[in-house]
Design a binder for this molecule. Sequence first.
Ligand SMILES: [Fe+2]
Length: 187
Amino acid sequence: MTEASAQRKVSLSSGEIVGPGVQCISRTIGNMKGIYRDEQSRASLVPETLVYRVQTFCPVEEGNEGGLFWGTTFVNPGMVGDEYFMTKGHHHAKRSRSEFYLTVAGAGALILMDESRNTVFEPMSAGTLHYVSAYTAHRIANTGNAVLSVLACWPSDAGHDYDSIARDGFSARLRNINGSPVLVAEP
Ligand SMILES: [Fe+2]
């Protein structure tokens, strides 16, 4: 049996993917330097604190045209200053590539920024389906008290460009203002 045809299972309650060839990456508070507005708050947290992890199943080599990748992102609940625990965020290296997200559990926000740097967010809760259009940077934030679990499917030649977000950021940040998530434009 080839890797592509071997059986994998996705828990529809947790999003956890089990089976051969499933890989996982983790991002801790220590890995998130420069991502949050309040760097002092970030630096004061235990560096080993897990912010999120991503499981991926990539049946073809990254960069191949015509394939699809599958993944689950698990964002832990937590705050850095008034910003929620969130992913670093990325553009696709090939900007013309889009992506589907499906929320499995938890509460969160999908933050989207188009090429004109207009930033919006879509609330996420169990069952919400989100289409990330081409040419749109994306990141997810956990606005709740439990793990936010989100399934994703994207083209195998999309790639990830984290550098432009690390350099230029999003044009707005999702901040907890009086208990609610609000997008606040960056000065
Ligand atoms: Fe993506």
